[in-house]
Design a protein around this ligand. Structure first.
Ligand SMILES: C[S@@+](CC[C@H](N)C(=O)[O-])C[C@H]1O[C@@H](n2cnc3c(N)ncnc32)[C@H](O)[C@@H]1O
Length: 213
């Protein structure tokens, strides 16, 4: 399967997509940590927290937390973050690196309590969800947020869906992602492109801050 080849996605295909992508992360867990632990995502963390109450510790779900870099940051800022990832190695590493609770769950089979988080930080994770399933998952994320809760997402920009090597990716431009978010009951309140300060053609990442409405 190549970058933009559409899939005929049965339930079995969807499970296979998820497991193959997760297997890639699982097999490369240590090198992923080595390569990303010093990534500067302070712009994203600031944009997310800016949209949330400042006067109290927040319950935050780090959706697709990886090895725990951002969990540690949220905890150091005095919040109560919980990680969620489908890779068991990442869940274990995240617990070691951040001492935060982590949920070993797959995006297509979530088990989250209603109204239990103030905010969801989905840094470079939602794009792994096939388009067919994105509406359902976004509605689940909407449900697990408290009233007025915030969803932050950062995803590669584009207009393709399919395999990029061993990982499945769904790349969207602003209007498409906004459509999915609004359909699930979110209002987009802010967006920007990354890395900061470069011409648009050198900014492959689209960051969005959305409020549960
Ligand atoms: C590009 S990494 C981003 C990790 C981290 N948020 C960061 O910014 O470094 C994508 C993360 O999503 C997780 N992931 C991908 N597909 C998943 C799925 N179907 N279910 C659960 N986790 C998944 C991966 O294990 C990985 O931790």
């Amino acid at each position: 399967m190549t970058g933009s080849e559409p899939l005929n996605q049965s339930d079995e295909d969807l499970e296979a997509i998820e497991l193959r992508t997760l297997a890639h992360y699982e097999q490369n867990a240590e090198s992923f940590w080595a390569g990303t632990q010093h990534h500067d995502v302070s712009q994203n963390i600031a944009a997310f927290l800016q949209a949330l109450p400042k006067d109290r510790a927040l319950d935050i779900l780090d959706f697709g937390c990886g090895p725990g870099r951002d969990l540690a940051t949220f905890k150091a800022l005095g919040h109560h973050p919980t990680g969620l990832d489908g890779s068991l190695s990442f869940c274990q590493m995240a617990q070691t690196h951040s001492a935060c609770p982590t949920l070993h769950q797959q995006f297509l089979n979530l088990d989250l309590d209603e109204a239990s988080f103030d905010g969801i930080f989905a840094n470079a994770s939602l794009f792994h969800i096939p388009s067919l399933e994105l509406p359902r998952i976004l509605k689940q994320l909407h449900k697990t947020l408290r009233p007025g809760g915030i969803l932050f997402s950062s995803n590669p920009r584009g207009e393709s869906e399919g395999w990029q090597g061993a990982r499945y990716g769904h790349y969207m431009q602003l209007e498409t992602m906004q459509g999915f978010l609004e359909q699930a009951g979110f209002a987009v309140i802010h967006h920007y492109y990354r890395p900061e300060g470069l011409p648009r053609e050198l900014q492959p990442w689209l960051a969005m801050v959305s409020r549960k409405s």
